[in-house]
Design a protein around this ligand. Structure first.
Ligand SMILES: Cc1cc2c(cc1C)N(C[C@H](O)[C@H](O)[C@H](O)COP(=O)(O)O)c1[nH]c(=O)[nH]c(=O)c1N2
Length: 221
């Protein structure tokens, strides 16, 4: 099956216009068929040894969202102390989550022992299962964009808060918490780029031939 030019254009359009969304969520519910397509796309991610280690926990209850939001506020306050001077002021001004505004939260987990202790492709690099679950996150993020749904990854929360809120056993790794919903707009550039936090690297600085090369420092403008 060949991909037509129109289909290829749609894939690239989705990739380049996907954004991390933390603001401007609309409260509109996500229709079941849309959500099913997005989750099916996530479930079709590649995985080491085809172990499919992920699970998707859907979060809609305001109490659960509020608990996770409180966890964010605590972790965010801790993070603020790690930045200094003007950078700290700038950090504090950023909107870094839409936990309560987004109609849906999705927690992606990884069951590291899902298919037993010896897994094809994981024998030399055991962390490959975690990377596989991240592939599911990216598939979900892109499929959401193709459905005109915004998604934002919130990692400024300690695992314990998410674990306690969503009853996730210690044996299961927490990979991501995403806020998902329809949005007012998708911006052309990342929020952090527009805020002057960091610029996008030129792709030529990321591509090397035959040996790794150090990249010039990548600092805010
Ligand atoms: C693993 C991981 C974890 C996080 C993120 C991303 C990823 C990949 N990002 C989003 C991140 O800031 C964003 O992807 C970049 O700024 C680039 O912007 P676009 O995603 O292209 O809009 C993110 N954003 C945010 O506001 N709060 C957060 O806690 C996180 N955490």
């Amino acid at each position: 099956m060949n991909i037509s030019q129109e289909e290829r254009d749609a894939v690239y359009k989705t990739i380049f216009s996907r954004r991390d969304v933390r603001r401007e969520f609309k409260p509109d519910p996500i229709p079941n068929d849309v959500l099913e397509r997005v989750l099916l796309a996530a479930h079709h991610a590649p995985s080491v040894g085809f172990m499919q280690p992920w699970d998707f926990i859907l979060v809609t209850k305001p109490e659960s969202k509020n608990q996770i939001k409180q966890g964010f506020l605590q972790a965010h306050a801790e993070a603020t102390e790690l930045f200094e001077g003007e950078r700290q002021t700038q950090y504090k001004s950023l909107k870094l989550e839409g936990i309560e505004e987004a109609p849906l939260g999705i927690c992606i987990t990884c069951d590291r022992s899902r298919t037993g202790s010896v897994v094809l492709g994981r024998t030399a690099k055991p962390e490959m299962d975690l990377f596989s679950a991240v592939c599911a996150v990216q598939n979900l993020w892109l499929a959401a964009r193709a459905e005109n749904l915004g998604a934002g990854w919130v990692s400024i929360v300690h695992d314990k808060v998410i674990r306690d809120t969503l009853n996730i056993p210690e044996s299961i790794d927490i990979i991501a918490y995403l806020c998902v919903g329809y949005v007012e707009t998708f911006h052309d550039t990342p929020d952090l780029e527009r805020a002057g936090w960091l610029p996008r690297r030129d792709v030529s600085s990321a591509v090397h031939y035959e040996s790794w090369q150090e990249t010039k420092s990548h600092k805010p403008k």
